[in-house]
Design a protein around this ligand. Structure first.
Ligand code: C2E
Ligand code: MG
Ligand code: MG
Length: 274
Protein backbone atom coordinates (compact mmCIF):
# COMPACT_ATOMS: atom_id res chain seq x y z
CA UNK A 1 0.00 0.00 0.00
CA UNK A 2 1.10 3.58 -0.52
CA UNK A 3 1.58 6.13 2.18
CA UNK A 4 -0.36 9.35 1.63
CA UNK A 5 2.89 11.12 0.82
CA UNK A 6 4.01 8.61 -1.77
CA UNK A 7 0.55 8.75 -3.27
CA UNK A 8 0.76 12.50 -3.55
CA UNK A 9 4.19 12.32 -5.20
CA UNK A 10 2.98 9.69 -7.70
CA UNK A 11 -0.12 11.70 -8.50
CA UNK A 12 1.94 14.87 -8.93
CA UNK A 13 4.24 13.17 -11.40
CA UNK A 14 1.29 11.69 -13.30
CA UNK A 15 -0.31 15.11 -13.58
CA UNK A 16 2.95 16.72 -14.70
CA UNK A 17 3.31 14.07 -17.38
CA UNK A 18 -0.24 14.75 -18.66
CA UNK A 19 0.47 18.48 -18.72
CA UNK A 20 3.76 17.91 -20.52
CA UNK A 21 1.86 16.00 -23.22
CA UNK A 22 -0.54 18.93 -23.63
CA UNK A 23 2.41 21.32 -23.71
CA UNK A 24 3.92 19.43 -26.64
CA UNK A 25 0.60 19.50 -28.51
CA UNK A 26 0.11 23.22 -27.77
CA UNK A 27 3.75 24.18 -28.42
CA UNK A 28 4.24 25.79 -25.03
CA UNK A 29 8.06 25.69 -25.25
CA UNK A 30 9.87 28.92 -25.73
CA UNK A 31 13.51 29.13 -26.68
CA UNK A 32 15.85 31.53 -24.93
CA UNK A 33 19.34 32.38 -26.15
CA UNK A 34 22.52 32.80 -24.14
CA UNK A 35 25.23 34.79 -25.96
CA UNK A 36 28.62 33.19 -26.53
CA UNK A 37 31.57 35.60 -26.52
CA UNK A 38 34.87 35.24 -28.36
CA UNK A 39 37.79 35.89 -26.00
CA UNK A 40 40.05 37.32 -28.72
CA UNK A 41 37.64 39.89 -30.11
CA UNK A 42 35.15 40.30 -27.26
CA UNK A 43 32.35 39.94 -29.82
CA UNK A 44 29.16 37.90 -29.62
CA UNK A 45 29.74 34.99 -32.00
CA UNK A 46 26.63 32.95 -31.36
CA UNK A 47 24.21 31.67 -28.77
CA UNK A 48 23.08 28.50 -27.04
CA UNK A 49 19.36 27.78 -27.40
CA UNK A 50 17.80 26.81 -24.05
CA UNK A 51 14.26 25.50 -23.69
CA UNK A 52 11.73 27.09 -21.33
CA UNK A 53 8.26 25.71 -20.63
CA UNK A 54 5.80 28.59 -20.39
CA UNK A 55 2.61 27.28 -18.76
CA UNK A 56 -0.78 28.75 -19.74
CA UNK A 57 -0.85 30.52 -16.34
CA UNK A 58 2.39 32.28 -17.30
CA UNK A 59 4.59 30.29 -14.94
CA UNK A 60 7.98 29.35 -16.42
CA UNK A 61 9.39 25.90 -15.74
CA UNK A 62 13.12 25.20 -15.98
CA UNK A 63 14.49 22.45 -18.24
CA UNK A 64 16.10 20.83 -15.20
CA UNK A 65 12.55 20.03 -14.07
CA UNK A 66 10.91 18.89 -17.30
CA UNK A 67 13.75 17.48 -19.46
CA UNK A 68 14.32 14.42 -17.20
CA UNK A 69 10.58 13.60 -17.30
CA UNK A 70 10.52 14.28 -21.04
CA UNK A 71 13.40 11.84 -21.48
CA UNK A 72 11.69 9.21 -19.38
CA UNK A 73 8.45 9.46 -21.37
CA UNK A 74 10.03 9.87 -24.81
CA UNK A 75 8.42 13.30 -25.24
CA UNK A 76 11.90 14.80 -25.43
CA UNK A 77 12.05 13.81 -29.10
CA UNK A 78 9.14 16.12 -29.95
CA UNK A 79 10.27 18.86 -27.57
CA UNK A 80 13.78 18.68 -29.01
CA UNK A 81 12.39 19.00 -32.50
CA UNK A 82 10.37 22.11 -31.57
CA UNK A 83 13.42 23.70 -29.94
CA UNK A 84 15.65 22.82 -32.90
CA UNK A 85 13.18 24.33 -35.34
CA UNK A 86 12.83 27.53 -33.29
CA UNK A 87 16.62 27.78 -32.93
CA UNK A 88 17.31 27.31 -36.65
CA UNK A 89 14.55 29.73 -37.59
CA UNK A 90 16.04 32.33 -35.23
CA UNK A 91 19.59 31.84 -36.50
CA UNK A 92 18.34 32.36 -40.05
CA UNK A 93 16.91 35.71 -38.97
CA UNK A 94 20.33 36.71 -37.51
CA UNK A 95 21.91 35.77 -40.81
CA UNK A 96 19.38 37.82 -42.78
CA UNK A 97 20.17 40.80 -40.56
CA UNK A 98 23.83 40.41 -41.52
CA UNK A 99 25.18 38.79 -38.36
CA UNK A 100 27.72 35.99 -38.40
CA UNK A 101 26.24 34.21 -35.38
CA UNK A 102 25.88 30.45 -34.94
CA UNK A 103 23.33 28.61 -32.80
CA UNK A 104 24.02 25.67 -30.48
CA UNK A 105 21.20 23.25 -29.61
CA UNK A 106 21.17 20.60 -26.86
CA UNK A 107 20.39 17.07 -27.98
CA UNK A 108 19.22 14.29 -25.66
CA UNK A 109 20.28 10.64 -25.62
CA UNK A 110 16.73 9.63 -26.60
CA UNK A 111 16.93 11.71 -29.78
CA UNK A 112 20.11 9.97 -30.87
CA UNK A 113 18.59 6.57 -30.18
CA UNK A 114 15.84 7.23 -32.66
CA UNK A 115 18.03 6.86 -35.71
CA UNK A 116 16.18 9.54 -37.66
CA UNK A 117 17.70 12.47 -35.74
CA UNK A 118 19.97 12.99 -38.71
CA UNK A 119 16.98 13.14 -41.07
CA UNK A 120 15.12 15.46 -38.71
CA UNK A 121 18.03 17.88 -38.53
CA UNK A 122 18.49 17.87 -42.30
CA UNK A 123 14.76 18.48 -42.85
CA UNK A 124 14.70 21.37 -40.35
CA UNK A 125 17.78 22.99 -41.91
CA UNK A 126 16.11 22.78 -45.28
CA UNK A 127 12.76 24.07 -44.04
CA UNK A 128 14.28 27.03 -42.20
CA UNK A 129 16.95 27.78 -44.83
CA UNK A 130 19.76 27.79 -42.26
CA UNK A 131 23.17 26.77 -43.66
CA UNK A 132 24.38 23.64 -41.78
CA UNK A 133 27.62 25.35 -40.74
CA UNK A 134 25.64 27.80 -38.59
CA UNK A 135 24.34 24.98 -36.41
CA UNK A 136 26.13 23.24 -33.56
CA UNK A 137 24.72 20.27 -31.63
CA UNK A 138 25.60 19.72 -27.96
CA UNK A 139 25.68 16.27 -26.41
CA UNK A 140 26.55 15.69 -22.77
CA UNK A 141 29.79 13.85 -22.16
CA UNK A 142 28.07 11.00 -20.31
CA UNK A 143 25.74 10.37 -23.26
CA UNK A 144 28.53 10.57 -25.78
CA UNK A 145 30.63 7.93 -24.07
CA UNK A 146 27.70 5.59 -23.44
CA UNK A 147 26.72 5.42 -27.13
CA UNK A 148 29.83 6.35 -29.14
CA UNK A 149 28.90 4.41 -32.30
CA UNK A 150 25.36 5.82 -32.48
CA UNK A 151 26.61 9.36 -32.02
CA UNK A 152 29.36 8.89 -34.60
CA UNK A 153 26.99 7.33 -37.13
CA UNK A 154 24.29 9.96 -36.64
CA UNK A 155 26.72 12.85 -36.86
CA UNK A 156 28.74 11.78 -39.89
CA UNK A 157 26.39 13.15 -42.60
CA UNK A 158 25.81 16.37 -40.65
CA UNK A 159 29.48 16.97 -39.99
CA UNK A 160 30.32 16.53 -43.64
CA UNK A 161 27.98 19.48 -44.26
CA UNK A 162 29.71 21.60 -41.62
CA UNK A 163 27.48 21.17 -38.55
CA UNK A 164 29.67 21.11 -35.44
CA UNK A 165 29.39 18.75 -32.51
CA UNK A 166 30.15 19.87 -28.95
CA UNK A 167 30.68 17.80 -25.80
CA UNK A 168 28.56 19.46 -23.12
CA UNK A 169 29.37 19.47 -19.39
CA UNK A 170 32.88 18.29 -20.23
CA UNK A 171 34.85 16.95 -17.28
CA UNK A 172 31.89 15.38 -15.49
CA UNK A 173 31.30 12.28 -17.62
CA UNK A 174 34.29 10.09 -16.73
CA UNK A 175 35.14 9.57 -20.37
CA UNK A 176 37.99 7.42 -21.35
CA UNK A 177 40.59 9.18 -23.42
CA UNK A 178 40.73 6.62 -26.19
CA UNK A 179 36.95 6.89 -26.78
CA UNK A 180 37.22 10.66 -26.79
CA UNK A 181 39.70 10.75 -29.62
CA UNK A 182 37.51 8.42 -31.68
CA UNK A 183 34.40 10.57 -31.38
CA UNK A 184 33.68 13.17 -34.02
CA UNK A 185 33.75 16.25 -31.79
CA UNK A 186 34.74 19.81 -32.62
CA UNK A 187 34.17 21.60 -29.31
CA UNK A 188 34.68 20.99 -25.58
CA UNK A 189 32.26 22.86 -23.33
CA UNK A 190 33.99 22.99 -19.96
CA UNK A 191 31.49 22.28 -17.20
CA UNK A 192 30.39 25.15 -14.98
CA UNK A 193 31.55 23.42 -11.79
CA UNK A 194 35.22 23.84 -12.81
CA UNK A 195 34.69 27.48 -13.74
CA UNK A 196 32.94 28.29 -10.46
CA UNK A 197 35.75 26.49 -8.63
CA UNK A 198 38.58 28.47 -10.27
CA UNK A 199 39.13 30.61 -7.17
CA UNK A 200 37.68 28.35 -4.49
CA UNK A 201 38.65 24.80 -5.33
CA UNK A 202 42.27 23.64 -5.30
CA UNK A 203 41.94 21.29 -8.27
CA UNK A 204 39.67 23.26 -10.60
CA UNK A 205 42.38 25.50 -12.15
CA UNK A 206 44.54 22.45 -12.93
CA UNK A 207 41.59 20.61 -14.48
CA UNK A 208 40.68 23.60 -16.64
CA UNK A 209 44.28 23.96 -17.81
CA UNK A 210 44.45 20.27 -18.59
CA UNK A 211 41.26 20.45 -20.68
CA UNK A 212 42.54 23.52 -22.55
CA UNK A 213 45.86 21.78 -23.24
CA UNK A 214 44.16 18.62 -24.42
CA UNK A 215 41.84 20.62 -26.70
CA UNK A 216 44.81 22.36 -28.24
CA UNK A 217 46.58 19.08 -28.91
CA UNK A 218 43.46 17.56 -30.44
CA UNK A 219 42.68 20.70 -32.45
CA UNK A 220 39.36 21.30 -30.72
CA UNK A 221 37.63 24.55 -29.80
CA UNK A 222 36.88 25.36 -26.17
CA UNK A 223 33.88 27.08 -24.60
CA UNK A 224 33.74 27.85 -20.87
CA UNK A 225 30.26 27.56 -19.33
CA UNK A 226 28.88 29.56 -16.43
CA UNK A 227 31.42 32.42 -16.34
CA UNK A 228 30.11 34.75 -13.64
CA UNK A 229 33.01 36.99 -12.62
CA UNK A 230 35.66 39.22 -14.13
CA UNK A 231 38.38 37.11 -12.47
CA UNK A 232 37.08 33.91 -14.10
CA UNK A 233 36.89 35.66 -17.47
CA UNK A 234 40.48 36.93 -17.09
CA UNK A 235 41.84 33.51 -16.05
CA UNK A 236 40.27 31.81 -19.07
CA UNK A 237 41.37 34.48 -21.52
CA UNK A 238 44.99 34.28 -20.26
CA UNK A 239 44.95 30.51 -20.65
CA UNK A 240 43.77 30.66 -24.26
CA UNK A 241 40.17 29.48 -23.97
CA UNK A 242 38.29 30.35 -27.20
CA UNK A 243 34.81 31.40 -26.06
CA UNK A 244 32.64 31.73 -22.99
CA UNK A 245 29.06 32.11 -21.91
CA UNK A 246 27.70 33.01 -18.50
CA UNK A 247 25.95 35.57 -16.35
CA UNK A 248 29.09 37.76 -16.47
CA UNK A 249 28.02 38.73 -19.98
CA UNK A 250 24.34 37.75 -19.96
CA UNK A 251 21.82 35.18 -18.77
CA UNK A 252 19.75 33.44 -21.48
CA UNK A 253 17.32 35.97 -23.02
CA UNK A 254 14.31 35.87 -25.39
CA UNK A 255 14.91 36.18 -29.15
CA UNK A 256 14.10 39.90 -29.49
CA UNK A 257 16.44 40.73 -26.64
CA UNK A 258 19.24 38.66 -28.21
CA UNK A 259 18.83 40.46 -31.55
CA UNK A 260 19.02 43.73 -29.66
CA UNK A 261 22.33 42.56 -28.12
CA UNK A 262 23.70 41.64 -31.54
CA UNK A 263 22.86 45.15 -32.77
CA UNK A 264 24.45 46.82 -29.74
CA UNK A 265 27.54 44.67 -30.18
CA UNK A 266 27.81 45.64 -33.84
CA UNK A 267 27.44 49.33 -33.03
CA UNK A 268 30.13 49.07 -30.34
CA UNK A 269 32.59 47.42 -32.73
CA UNK A 270 31.84 49.82 -35.55
CA UNK A 271 32.59 52.68 -33.14
CA UNK A 272 35.94 51.23 -32.00
CA UNK A 273 36.97 50.36 -35.56
CA UNK A 274 36.50 53.92 -36.85
P1 C2E B 1 23.45 23.16 -20.36
O1 C2E B 1 23.27 22.77 -21.77
O2 C2E B 1 24.77 22.84 -19.73
O3 C2E B 1 23.13 24.70 -20.30
C1 C2E B 1 23.75 25.61 -19.44
C2 C2E B 1 22.88 25.92 -18.25
O4 C2E B 1 23.61 26.79 -17.39
C3 C2E B 1 21.60 26.68 -18.59
O5 C2E B 1 20.60 26.29 -17.65
C4 C2E B 1 22.00 28.13 -18.35
O6 C2E B 1 20.92 28.99 -18.07
C5 C2E B 1 22.88 27.96 -17.12
N1 C2E B 1 23.83 29.06 -16.97
C6 C2E B 1 24.38 29.79 -17.96
N2 C2E B 1 25.26 30.69 -17.48
C7 C2E B 1 25.28 30.52 -16.14
C8 C2E B 1 26.01 31.16 -15.07
O7 C2E B 1 26.82 32.07 -15.26
N3 C2E B 1 25.78 30.70 -13.81
C9 C2E B 1 24.89 29.69 -13.56
N4 C2E B 1 24.72 29.32 -12.29
N5 C2E B 1 24.18 29.07 -14.55
C10 C2E B 1 24.38 29.48 -15.81
P2 C2E B 1 19.13 25.95 -18.08
O8 C2E B 1 18.69 26.85 -19.18
O9 C2E B 1 18.32 25.88 -16.84
O10 C2E B 1 19.29 24.49 -18.72
C11 C2E B 1 19.70 23.42 -17.92
C12 C2E B 1 20.02 22.21 -18.75
O11 C2E B 1 18.83 21.69 -19.37
C13 C2E B 1 20.98 22.49 -19.90
O12 C2E B 1 22.30 22.48 -19.44
C14 C2E B 1 20.67 21.35 -20.84
O13 C2E B 1 21.39 20.19 -20.46
C15 C2E B 1 19.19 21.10 -20.59
N6 C2E B 1 18.43 21.68 -21.70
C16 C2E B 1 18.03 22.97 -21.90
N7 C2E B 1 17.36 23.11 -23.06
C17 C2E B 1 17.33 21.87 -23.62
C18 C2E B 1 16.79 21.33 -24.86
O14 C2E B 1 16.22 22.04 -25.70
N8 C2E B 1 16.97 19.98 -25.08
C19 C2E B 1 17.63 19.20 -24.20
N9 C2E B 1 17.76 17.90 -24.48
N10 C2E B 1 18.16 19.64 -23.05
C20 C2E B 1 18.01 20.97 -22.77
MG1 MG C 1 24.29 22.88 -23.40
MG1 MG D 1 26.54 22.40 -19.99
Amino acid sequence: YFSPRLNRVARGKYMLEAELRDAVANREFKTHFQPKIDFQTGQVVGAEALARWVRPNGKIISPNTFIPLAEETGLVTQIGEQVLEAACESARIWMQEGFNATVAVNVSPRQFQSSDLTETVLAILKRTGLPPNRLELEITESMAVSEPEKVARGMRPLRSLGTKLAIDDFGTGHSNLSILTQLPFDVFKIDRQFISGLYSDKQAPAIVEMILGMAETLGMETVAEGVETEAQEAFLRRRGCDQYQGYYYSAPVPLDRFIHMLNEDRAKFAATAS
